[in-house]
Design a protein around this ligand. Structure first.
Ligand code: NAP
Length: 323
């Protein structure tokens, strides 16, 4: 196995689960590699809306995972491969990679280095910068799993994407267009509408100001084929009401579950990374210009401020930058 010359690294960790005040910049050992892992020198860490759930111990409860304190936070990011385990053959030192690292006992992406299962990572699509790819992994896999595995979206179908200016949503709009669907994007605010329009949606409305049912009826008079819901509440209920008989909706766990409706299928799911999903995501992204949007960046040491900013209105994603 190739070794990094560094023994310690800058990281942001917690010593116990809890509030934002538990987040502390630390010097910690660089994680050791298992044979099926890669060591990534992190360039950018995504700050996901689920990171407070990680910090509060939600994932350990939900998935029966164990925490290893001090726990380095951060579930996705991107960087350069520094070393690979003996059983890793698809990636090599120097590759630009992005990936997912959920509650690993070796820690996550809020650090200069992270050890990650090779199957949970992939080479960065050619046209994307390492910076932008830092916020792609969880939301990209979640967007694609929703459109493809859960909804089985087909060319020519109509789909409503709720939360289209958010992390999953802005990626899902572009992926759904690459899958040749007709997309009604429901964005947040006027800035959200302006942001999503150039991403190729067939129609974009502001879900806080415009009537979703009316817009959907104009867009697909016989009812929509599908809906991807990245937000809950009244807007999600309206999206479901706008589906045709036999239509289907999917939402990632974390979104407030919408009420069931007779005659439509409503599915919840999780992002499940695997090499085939990453390959398909990369292929779709590589098919043309693709925007992965970072609204604000923060220094690693300002991770607490970044998590606080998750409560604000912003477009796309937030990120920590290490280089
Ligand atoms: N289970 C999994 O594997 C998994 C993976 C990834 C994400 N998730 C979950 O999926 C959800 C979405 O994730 P994300 O990263 O996309 O979060 P996000 O960036 O916060 O996206 C949600 C978006 O919905 C917008 N929104 C809320 N109400 C709206 C309305 N009425 N009309 C139009 N837009 C509206 C929000 O805008 P404002 O903030 O401006 O209101 C925000 O931009 C979260 O609950 C997350 O925890 C689950």
């Amino acid at each position: 196995m190739e070794k990094t010359s560094h023994q310690t690294m800058r990281a942001v960790a917690i010593d116990e689960f809890g509030g934002i005040e538990k987040i502390k910049p630390r010097k910690l050992p660089v994680p050791q590699l298992a044979t099926d892992e890669i060591l990534v020198r992190v360039d950018t860490a995504g700050v996901g809306v689920w990171d407070p759930f990680e910090r509060e111990g939600g994932f350990t409860k939900e998935f029966g995972m164990k925490a290893n304190f001090p726990h380095v936070l951060g579930t996705d990011g991107a960087g350069t491969v520094e070393a690979v385990g003996n059983a890793v053959h698809n990636l090599k030192r120097g590759d630009r990679v992005y990936g997912i690292n959920l509650m690993s006992p070796k820690g996550g992406f809020y650090a200069e280095y992270t050890a990650i299962k090779a199957n949970n990572a992939a080479k960065i699509p050619r046209a994307l910068s390492t910076r932008d790819a830092g916020v792609l992994a969880v939301d990209g896999v979640t967007a694609l799993n929703g459109l493809d595995k859960m909804l089985g979206l087909k060319a020519g179908e109509t789909i409503l994407i709720l939360g289209a200016s958010g992390g999953i949503g802005h990626l899902a709009v572009q992926l759904a267009k690459r899958m040749r669907a007709r997309v009604l994007a429901v964005a947040s605010g006027r800035d959200g509408v302006d942001f999503v329009k150039p991403l190729g949606a067939d129609k974009v409305i502001d879900g806080h100001r415009e009537d979703i049912l009316n817009a959907a009826h104009e867009f697909a008079p016989k009812g929509l084929d599908a809906a991807l819901l990245t937000a809950g509440g009244k807007a999600a209920e309206q999206a479901i009401a706008a589906l045709r008989e036999g239509g289907r909706a999917a939402y990632p766990n974390g979104v407030e579950p919408p009420q069931a409706r007779d005659g439509v299928k409503i599915m919840s799911y999780n992002a499940e990374p695997d090499p085939a999903t990453f390959a398909k995501l990369n292929e779709l992204i590589d098919a043309g210009p693709f925007e992965v949007h970072i609204a604000r960046t923060f220094k690693l040491e300002d991770a607490a401020e970044a998590q606080q900013a998750l409560n604000d209105h912003y477009l796309g994603k937030l990120a920590l930058v290490l280089s």
